[in-house]
Each structure stands twice: as C-alpha cells, then as structure tokens.
Design a protein around this ligand. Structure first.
Ligand SMILES: [Ca+2]
Ligand SMILES: [Ca+2]
Ligand SMILES: [Ca+2]
Ligand SMILES: [Ca+2]
Length: 438
C-alpha cells in the first residue's frame, strides 16, 4: 500500500470563516439565461438542492459567483427554471463536488476543495438552495482530483481522490461529516486521467466512477460495493475539447446518470445515460443551452508581457533606487518595471490600485493561470488586502510560477527571484494577478 500524505481531519463541527460563502437566496438576483454576464468557469450537476425534487446545476461564473440553474426537463428547449439566482460568492478558488446528501440529514450538500489551501469543506444544504456554515472535513487535498459516489455499500456518498502520483484512494463517508480513519488505495496509474463521478451507471445498485483517459477514451469503473472496482469498460471515445464535464447525476430523470459538458462554442450539452444493455453508453449530445462561454480574460499584448519580463530580469540583484519609499518598495519596483516597459499605468500602491481593473490593469482571481509579465498579489493576513506584489516571469500552472520582486529579502534591499508552488509565497496567500493590458 502506498503511503499518502493526504491527511484528513476527523474532527467535526469546526466552524471556519467563509472565504467562499454560500449566501441566502437573494430574491431578484438573476443572471440572464443564455449569457451569464461574467462567463461560466465551471458547471456541476447535483441532485436536487432547490427543493423541487429535480436535479440542478450549479455554475461558477468568471466573478466567482455560484449560480443556481434549477433543472426542469419540462421546460423546452432549455431545461431550467427561468431565473438564475446567485447563491454564493468567492468560488473562483474552489473545485465544486456534488456528493448528494453527504451529511445524512436528508438534504443534498456540496463539497468545495479550495485549490490554494488544499482544504476540503462541506456545505450542508437545507433543501432550499441555501447552505449552513461550511464545515472543514479535510486538509492536504491540494492538487487532488476528487469525485463522489456511493462506493462501499452503506448508501452514504463516499469520495475517491486521485493523487498526482496516480494513486487513487477511497475516503469512505463514516457519517457525522467524517471519513473512515483509513483510506485504502483502490486504484493506480491515474496520471493524466480526468476523474468523474459515475452514479450507478450500470444499474446494479452499486455506485461507479468514470474517467476520461489521456487518449480521450471515456471509461466506466463499475463499483463492486466494497470500495473497489471491477474491470473498466470503454463507454466512449473522442471525449476531447469539452469544458467542465460533469456527471453522475440523472439530470433528465430517466433512471440513468447523465453527463453534461460545455463545448468550445459555449453550447451546453447533455449526454443521456443508456441502459446497461447498450454497452453502458451515452446518447446525444443534445444541445440544451447556448452562451455558456468561458470568462473572457483580456490578454496582455504579448510584446508588453515580454518587455516586462525582460526589464525585471535585467534588474535582478540590483538594489532599491534611492527615490523609492523604503516601505512598499515592492510596489514602487513593480510600477517602475511597468513604466520602463512602456505601460501607461501610473504609480500603483498595494492597498488601492492593483486589486481592481483599470484602463491599464485587469484583475484576475487566483485559480486562473497567469501570463509572464502579470503582477502577482499576495495577502499575508487573509483580509483581502495585498501585502506584497511581484512580477510573474515564467509559468507552470495557476499556482506554480517564478517571480521577481523587490522588498522580498535578499539582503540590502535587492531585487530577487523565487519559485512559487502551491500558491503561497513567504507564508502569504496568492490573491490573484494584475495583468498589464496597456
Ligand atoms: Ca431542483
Ligand atoms: Ca445533507
Ligand atoms: Ca454500479
Ligand atoms: Ca438520465
């Protein structure tokens, strides 16, 4: 058995200040049906959370808002209720998992994996698209892919998590918002696979999972009811180019779990689960929506980003200029590099001017991948106000990149370079990026 570093909190009931808060349903707060103003970052199908017994979709938009699309297959051709309330905010940093009733009180819940911290939170539902205070149910889940399904036979929804190493572990729901104390390995070689909840696709009464392989084959892993899986079955090929694939919920209520996804044109697609006799496959897709486009992030003119990187690299190990203030000279340095690179941005301060879009800078929340030349903003005390800024030089992923900045150590106030992993730098949390656009 491969030992994992994935620690679990077994304590329950702990309360945490919500940085991603689900808020009470706000009457009259709606998003236009076919064109969410901020674009759609992700969608997640869930068993009913609105209270009408029909499965729903929650979407996170480009501003981090959670929007409820209450499902209603009687509405044609767009199978949702006609209003789209905002039911939460701050979700840009979270993977959303819809386990059904994780807590066991009869109401379906959500789980959020905070990407920047690796904390796992349960959002207990109340059956009215509202959620009580989130409960931390895990830590150390950073970089894991997680899916929910009823896997070990007790009818409670469990989780499986795929590690970057390829190990797949079972986290059995032991009741009381806690996982069983041991989490056995139930799979291997999951590198590069997309992990998806399966529901009970083959209708044998035991929950399943699915995956999309690196070669875009869609597989079913039939659950054996003891936390392990039988031999996987090919249920489709060519599953490429889709955004935010969500599965495991019988959205059209014909008895078989379905798949929903967004294509590159912004069409919302429904793949209807088939009878097990038909090779565990899916029919469709049926286009059930349009305008579900990704959030638009203005790109920096690439030459500007390149110039900023070149200027920053040229100043590496040089000292603070004498006309810069001793404090916040990280901001003075960033402003200097912008101006030396030809940006028209005026002098920017930490507290005020970075963390909002302007004619010169576009704000990008943490969780989205930066570009070289972006300014990375850091929060030391988790109050939403930046304490430090530096310049992104090269990028591995949304939370892994190199930076050059001033006033970040290095002896007598020199400009230094560092590598960021897991979205933290010097104990500070990544807030996001200010992208120079002019
Ligand atoms: Ca519903
Ligand atoms: Ca519940
Ligand atoms: Ca099954
Ligand atoms: Ca179905």
């Amino acid at each position: 058995m491969k030992k994992t570093t994935n620690k679990l909190l077994l304590r329950t009931g702990a309360l945490f200040v919500a940085s991603a808060g689900l808020v009470a349903l706000m009457a009259g707060t709606t998003v236009p049906a076919q064109a969410a103003t901020n674009g759609i970052s992700s969608i997640t199908m869930t068993p009913d959370i609105s209270g009408d017994g029909k499965p729903d979709v929650v979407a996170v938009d480009g501003a981090g808002q959670m929007i409820l699309y209450a499902g209603d297959m009687s509405k044609k051709p767009y199978p949702f209720q006609s209003s789209y309330p905002v039911i939460g905010s701050g979700w840009e940093d979270y993977d959303v998992i819809a386990p059904g009733d994780f807590s066991g009180d009869g109401y379906n819940d959500l789980i959020g994996l905070q990407r920047s911290t690796g904390n796992l939170y349960l959002y207990p539902g109340n059956g009215k698209a509202q959620f009580t205070t989130k409960i931390q149910i895990g830590s150390g889940w950073s970089g894991l892919k997680v899916a929910a399904s009823q896997l070990n036979g007790d009818k409670r929804p469990d989780l499986v998590a795929a590690f970057p190493s390829g190990v797949l572990n079972l986290y059995a729901n032991a009741g009381g918002n806690a996982f069983a104390p041991s989490y056995p390995q139930v799979g291997a070689d999951w590198q590069g696979y997309t992990l998806l909840p399966g529901g009970d696709l083959d209708r044998d009464g035991k929950g399943d999972i699915m995956s999309i392989a690196p070669d875009y084959t869609l597989y079913l892993y039939p659950g054996l009811g003891n936390g392990h899986f039988g031999d996987r079955k090919v249920v489709g090929t060519g599953w490429m180019g889709l955004r935010s694939v969500t599965s495991g919920v019988d959205f059209n209520q014909d008895g078989y779990p379905d798949i929903m996804a967004i294509n590159p044109s912004g069409d919302l697609l429904l793949y209807s689960g088939c009878a097990a006799k038909v090779n565990y496959s899916f029919t469709g897709p049926t286009v059930i929506g349009s305008g579900w486009t990704a959030p638009v992030i203005p790109s920096a003119p690439s030459s500007l980003g390149q110039r900023i990187v070149a200027k920053a690299q040229a100043t590496l190990n040089t000292s603070r200029l004498s006309n810069w203030p001793a404090e916040e000279w990280c901001a003075a340095y960033a402003s200097y590099i912008l101006q030396q690179s030809g940006s028209g941005a005026p002098y920017v301060t930490l507290a005020d001017s970075f963390h909002k879009s302007s004619a010169y800078l576009t704000w990008i929340n943490a969780g989205q991948t930066p570009q070289p030349g972006d300014l990375a903003l850091w929060d030391a005390d988790n109050n939403g106000v930046a304490n430090h800024v530096n310049i992104v030089i090269s990028v591995n992923s949304a939370y892994s990149f190199t930076i050059i900045g001033g006033n970040q150590g290095g002896g007598a106030g020199s400009v230094t370079q560092a590598t960021v992993t897991n979205g933290t730098y010097g104990g500070m949390k990544l807030m996001g990026f200010a992208r120079p656009i002019k």
